[in-house]
Design a protein around this ligand. Structure first.
Ligand code: SF4
Length: 66
């Protein structure tokens, strides 16, 4: 089952780690104050998982694609 990452913006502290590790998928908006997914398939799942594991507040999760 394909899956895609999403950021729970209520938990994101805008640290920028996900964008540093996986810039093809995550983008930190300093204006908005949180990170968003700009391209859910912009990197291999392993790289996305690294960003998920590195998020200090656990704000990135997988969701099944419809
Ligand atoms: S690593 Fe987590 S807390 Fe940091 S910007 Fe990304 S989603 Fe937000």
């Amino acid at each position: 089952m394909p899956r895609m990452p999403y950021v729970d913006i209520s938990e994101c502290t805008a640290c920028g780690t996900c964008e540093e590790l996986c810039p093809g998928v995550f983008r930190l908006s300093e204006e908005l104050g949180y990170a968003t997914v700009i391209a859910p398939h912009g990197a291999a799942e392993e790289e996305i998982q690294e960003a998920i594991d590195a998020c200090p507040v656990g704000a990135i999760r997988w969701e099944e694609e419809a």
